[in-house]
Design a protein around this ligand. Structure first.
Ligand code: NAD
Length: 363
């Protein structure tokens, strides 16, 4: 077994590793194994509320510094996502440096599983960009601290339908906040990105009688979804200028920025994409000033996390969906707090998450 390198915030030095103490991470582990070619970093940001559960991303980072920055930022985000969603979980994340199309092997994931096991439950892994339920099954050969297993192994399988349900809840709560009713019948909703989550969201919206339009850069996906639901298509360049009631970003991060916000012609932004605000402060404020209600992404896309959380007990989808429904009330609380206190919805959500973390620190 390779050596375990644990970098604690007290020990770190230098510009890159300074990030660890800046963001107050508890433990960061660098994993290297010559035989399998594994290069990975596990970051545990905060375990005040419980073990740090977060996905394992496999990505061809340019260098280790980029991978470290990404895992530190993502793991911190998980702390707030779990806190705002009322889950007894901390924030963690892991990255494997490599091309998920070329560099995967069962041995690589088994080795990663050994590193997860070293942490004795402080970090629990799950699927993310570039990893699959099959990879989780290989990790499970070495550790029990893994979720997102295939359904035939008692796991929760693909989290996207539950994520989409949570986004749908957030979208309905935003409608209630703006129009006094959460009935989406005949409301115009534009879904940008109809992949795993977006397609499921389109299904919920269509059943509700919303007038849905979609956009995607993948022509095959676009054709499939528009034919299946008999809905219109908006070209990617026209998404931000489209006159709709609700814009649901379900593709990329950082799409709410200096260029796009002035163009928006909608009342609500509410979608699944992670890190939608290019700058949390500046672009949250720009949306507020334009009178556009923004449902915080890290709250309304938490269904996937809720899904794997329920796997820690005995997985059952009905329980996961029931918990995900709470996103509705929490979105309403946050939007109300933001409008009463004249702050952005992102700030309001962060404040509530911080309050929960502070209360846990006191006990
Ligand atoms: P996905 O890769 O299955 O789908 C993304 C879709 O967006 C693809 O069809 C892609 O072609 C399209 N796309 C990419 N660039 C685009 C552009 N410029 N314009 C229009 N479409 C574009 O991903 P997913 O699992 O559906 O996740 C969507 C978003 O939700 C991501 O930001 C992801 O991080 C976030 N998210 C997903 C989950 C989950 O459970 N899958 C959970 C939380 C957050």
């Amino acid at each position: 077994m390779s050596e375990l390198n644990i970098l604690t915030s007290q020990e770190t030095k230098g510009a890159v590793f300074g990030l660890i103490s800046q963001m107050n991470h508890e433990v960061v582990v660098y994993c290297y194994d010559k035989e399998t070619g594994l290069k990975a970093i596990i970051a545990v940001h905060n375990t005040l509320l419980g073990p740090a559960l977060g996905g394992l991303r496999m990505w061809a980072y340019k260098n280790e510094a980029d991978a470290l920055e990404d895992v530190l930022r993502l793991s911190r985000g998980m702390t707030y996502k779990a806190a705002i969603s009322g889950l007894d979980l901390g924030g963690g994340k892991a990255v494997i440096i490599g091309d998920s199309k070329k560099d995967k092997s069962p041995a690589l994931f088994r080795k990663f599983g050994q590193y997860v096991n070293y942490l004795a439950g402080k970090y629990i892994t799950a699927e993310d960009v570039g990893t699959s339920t099959e990879d989780m099954a290989n990790i499970a050969k070495e550790t029990r601290f893994v979720t997102g297993l295939p359904q035939d192994m008692g796991g929760s399988g693909d989290p996207s339908p539950v994520t989409a349900y949570g986004v749908f809840m957030g979208l309905k709560a935003s409608a209630k906040h703006v129009w006094g009713s959460d009935d989406l019948h005949s409301k115009k909703v534009l879904v940008q990105g109809v992949g795993h989550v977006g397609r499921n969201l389109v299904s919920y919206l269509s059943k509700e009688g919303a007038v849905v339009s979609i956009s995607d850069i993948n022509q095959q996906t676009l054709k499939q979804v528009s034919e299946e639901f008999n809905i219109s298509v908006v070209s990617p360049e026209k998404v931000f200028d489209a006159e709709v009631d609700i814009y649901a970003p379900c593709a990329l991060g950082a799409i709410l920025n200096n260029d796009t916000i002035p163009r928006l012609r909608c009342s609500i932004v509410s979608g699944a994409a992670n890190n939608q605000l290019a700058d949390e402060v500046i672009h949250g404020q720009m949306l507020l000033e334009r009178g556009i209600v923004y449902a915080p992404d890290f709250l309304i896309n938490a269904g996937g996390l809720i899904n794997v959380y329920s796997e820690l007990k005995k997985f059952d989808r009905a329980t996961a969906l029931k918990h995900t429904e709470k996103i509705y009330d929490q979105t309403l609380n946050i939007l109300k707090k933001a409008s009463v206190e004249k702050i952005t919805s992102h700030q309001a959500a962060m404040m509530l998450a911080e309050q929960r973390l502070e209360a846990a620190a006191r006990h």
